[in-house]
Design a protein around this ligand. Structure first.
Ligand code: SIN
Length: 325
């Protein structure tokens, strides 16, 4: 049987051009998807690829205006029984946010793989071709569907919930937390670590009409209540604190956040540490705070936006969602 994959292209360095094999500077999102599929056509990847250009931009500019058509195109492809899997090409800077958002809002019926590159397409040592070939390998494996949305970078497969960018240079730029990676891949081989954990035709969240405003406040030595209030506006519905250590913050900032939480703004304590696990502390209940557990601040923000958009605003219910219950 021919494996048919849908490629949804959004831009990034994987579609970037420098104009020189050795230049440092380049422009992300330059190669169109038709051109890209022609370039990979000669690799003998063993799958029939059809492409749709959703956007062709630097992923710093990705947000709801791109997420909405991307999600709609992914949903339409998953509804087509002739589509065996989806590959999303994406800039690496915000790849983890898009992957997590899709993970929460798409069913687990066919594989969905997000892939990028650290070097532009005309650079010596372009990693995009190998990453793309690896993504085809993963998206062609029906067993990938039961692992939700996956990210493929540097011969490793990461779960959307775990993956995050750790380096601004070099091709081994991603890690996973708390699970390091969930598989190893080359264009010719795929090895999974452990059994699939998802199934079903239902997404965890319906696609929202709009994503409410949730801000991330970065804590630091000397961060205070005035700093909190400067960053919270009338339309803010939620705050993620990228706290010091295990979701901590100076007392003055904590008091300001308690005031906000008591006024109905959702407050989630995450960590600015790379591998930050934030558990509940006894005062969280009285403060109406939520602990982000293993989600980093940018992923905690996505989950909180979906919860608020779906009408969940009670801190206990928000906590249950962060606990995975
Ligand atoms: C981007 O995120 O679009 C630029 C950086 C990259 O793709 O590595």
């Amino acid at each position: 049987m021919t494996t048919r994959l849908t490629v949804l292209a959004t831009g990034g360095t994987i579609a970037g051009i420098a104009g020189s094999a050795i230049a440092q500077d380049y422009r992300a999102g330059e190669i169109g998807i038709e051109d890209y599929l022609e370039r990979v056509g000669g690799l003998g990847l063993g799958a029939e690829l059809s492409g749709t250009q959703i956007a062709n931009i630097d992923s710093a500019d990705i947000g709801p205006a791109v997420w909405r058509p991307l999600h709609a195109a992914a949903l339409a492809a998953l509804a087509d029984e002739n589509c065996h899997g989806i590959i999303v090409t994406h800039g690496t800077d915000t790849l983890e946010e898009t992957a997590f958002l899709l993970d929460l809002t798409l069913p687990a019926t066919q594989p969905v793989v997000v892939v990028g590159a650290m070097r532009p397409a005309d650079a010596v040592g372009y990693d995009g071709l190998r990453n793309f070939a690896n993504a085809v390998r993963v998206a062609s494996d029906p067993d990938a569907a039961g692992r939700g949305v996956l990210a493929v970078m540097g011969d490793r497969v990461f779960a959307a919930r775990d993956v995050y960018k750790v380096r601004t240079r070099g091709t081994e730029a991603f890690r996973g937390f708390p699970r390091e990676s969930v598989g190893l891949v080359t264009p010719a081989s795929l090895e999974w670590f452990g059994a699939p954990w998802r199934s079903g035709t239902e997404a965890a969240f319906a696609w929202p009409e709009a994503l409410p405003e949730v801000v991330i406040l970065y804590a630091y030595a000397g961060f205070d209540g005035a700093g909190v209030m400067r960053q919270v506006g009338e339309t803010t519905r939620g705050v993620i604190v990228a706290g010091v250590g295990e979701g901590n913050m100076p007392e003055s900032a904590r008091q300001a956040l308690i005031g906000l939480a008591r006024n109905g703004i959702a407050v989630v304590r995450a960590s600015r540490a790379d591998e930050g696990l934030v558990d509940r502390e006894p005062e969280d209940e009285a403060n109406r705070f939520v602990a982000a557990r293993a989600l980093n601040p940018q992923k905690a923000r996505i989950l909180l936006q979906l919860l608020l958009a779906g009408g969940t605003s009670d801190p206990a219910a928000i906590q249950r969602a962060f606990d995975g219950r």
